[in-house]
Design a protein around this ligand. Structure first.
Ligand SMILES: NC(=O)c1ccc[n+]([C@@H]2O[C@H](COP(=O)([O-])OP(=O)(O)OC[C@H]3O[C@@H](n4cnc5c(N)ncnc54)[C@H](O)[C@@H]3O)[C@@H](O)[C@H]2O)c1
Length: 382
């Protein structure tokens, strides 16, 4: 197996980067703050910035971070090398541009932005700085193994399926004792809501109803992970994204969303994301049905640390006795931590960014296409 060059060996003495965390809510506390602390050989975690005083002070205290800042600008004024952005989606564009303008490398949670125009602004401002999108699943070792198995020998992909049952985060983070900020200024909450709604209106060219707003959030906030995984696998097979969208739907009041593409050679891909808060189980299944093998990845909830993603491979010579099933147990590495190592490596050694702005833009293009098609089909049926 080729060595994974996406992050450095723990044995080397990496350059320590001064980093801040902007937005220390759910993913900030469940993913990034503990990972930055664990990666203290690579990152000097110097600032937590959050609009909520209780959140910024308690997270800074928990991880021994010297500065709790009210704004991104306050954190940047400390002289940072890099910033991890985990504020709500409508604040991403402004935060990324502000950080780039200050000459700081950027890691920004998904979705990188809410429109293609916002992605283009980020691309234009990036210069020589690193911008990485928060697609931690792309740094999961089991996904890496799946890519290797797909690219070993000529593989003919017939159908790619991604199916997710997602009950939201509560069952998987309740035990963590996360601090919820009930002291965010109301003006900021209203501003985020307004910006979010404006983005839906711009995408649709019309005033959205409540189900359409929910569907937009489900496409850009949830299905984005699935699209990025599918695009990553397809790129490994030299299939260029985004692909023609042949079907899309939103259902269950906008909580469920789906997307279908045609694949070269008359193949098909189908992605489906369900929100089922009544069932405390999370599974994301990514299955590649190829002419000579079936590869299936099953991701557990991303908030469960060191729960390995399962990769099962089935191949045969077509006979009953020839069927072989391999259960790959690849690693107990943590994807949230791996993506930060990769971010560090991109900054310090120039390793290309896997979760790049270009990739995030392709994902967004597919998601916006799907959203618009879903809305037009829903109108026709209604
Ligand atoms: N990679 C993943 O699996 C994953 C999981 C969850 C969320 N996310 C993404 O991370 C981002 C944050 O999501 P979350 O669920 O942690 O949200 P959250 O609401 O739990 O946390 C957001 C934090 O930002 C603060 N905040 C809100 N608006 C702000 C502003 N304008 N300026 C400064 N601080 C502000 C809030 O006080 C809060 O602490 C979103 O973009 C989301 O899509 C990614």
């Amino acid at each position: 197996m080729p060595p994974d060059t996406s992050h450095e060996s723990l044995d080397s003495s990496p350059t320590r980067l001064r980093v801040g965390l902007f937005g220390a809510g759910l993913v900030g506390q469940a993913g990034h703050a503990p990972s930055l602390w664990e990666e203290r050989e690579r990152f000097d975690f110097v600032a937590v910035a959050d609009a909520s005083p209780s959140v910024r002070h308690s997270v800074a205290a928990r991880y021994g971070v010297p500065h709790a800042c009210a704004t991104l600008e306050d954190a940047l004024s400390l002289g940072l090398d890099a910033i991890v952005i985990a504020v709500p989606d409508p604040a991403h564009r402004g935060a990324v541009l502000t950080a780039l303008d200050a000459g700081v490398h950027v890691f920004c949670e998904k979705p990188l932005a809410l429109s293609l125009a916002e992605c283009d602004e980020i691309l234009a401002a990036r210069g020589d700085l690193v911008v990485q999108c928060g697609y931690m699943k792309l740094y999961d070792p089991a996904l890496q193994r799946m890519v290797e198995r797909l690219t070993e020998g000529p593989v003919e992909l017939v159908y790619l399926s991604v199916e997710v049952n997602d009950p939201d985060q509560a069952p998987f983070v309740d035990h963590l004792g996360l601090v919820v900020g009930r002291d965010v200024p109301q003006g900021l909450i209203d501003e985020m809501k307004d910006r979010g709604r404006r983005a839906v209106r711009e995408a649709l060219g019309a005033e959205p109803d409540a189900a359409q707003v929910r569907a937009f959030e489900a496409y850009l906030g949830s299905l984005v992970h699935d699209v990025s995984l599918a695009h990553h696998l397809l790129r490994a097979l030299d299939v260029t994204a985004p692909l023609p969208t042949v079907d899309a739907a939103y259902f269950d009041g906008g909580r469920g969303v789906s997307l279908s593409w045609t694949l070269p050679g008359d193949g098909r891909a189908h992605l489906e994301h369900l929100n089922l808060p009544g069932v405390a189980d999370y599974r994301e299944r990514v299955t590649a049905y190829c002419r000579d093998r079936i590869l299936e990845l099953t991701f557990p909830s991303p908030y469960l640390r060191h729960h390995p993603t399962r990769l099962v491979e089935r191949h045969s010579d077509g006979t009953v006795a020839g069927l072989e099933t391999i259960d790959h147990r690849v690693s107990y590495e943590e994807a949230f931590r791996n993506e930060l190592r990769a971010f560090h490596a991109a900054i310090t050694t120039g390793v290309p960014v896997r979760a790049s702005v270009e990739a995030a833009r392709d994902d967004l293009a597919a998601l916006l296409d799907g959203f618009r098609l879903a809305v037009s089909r829903h109108r026709r049926v209604a």
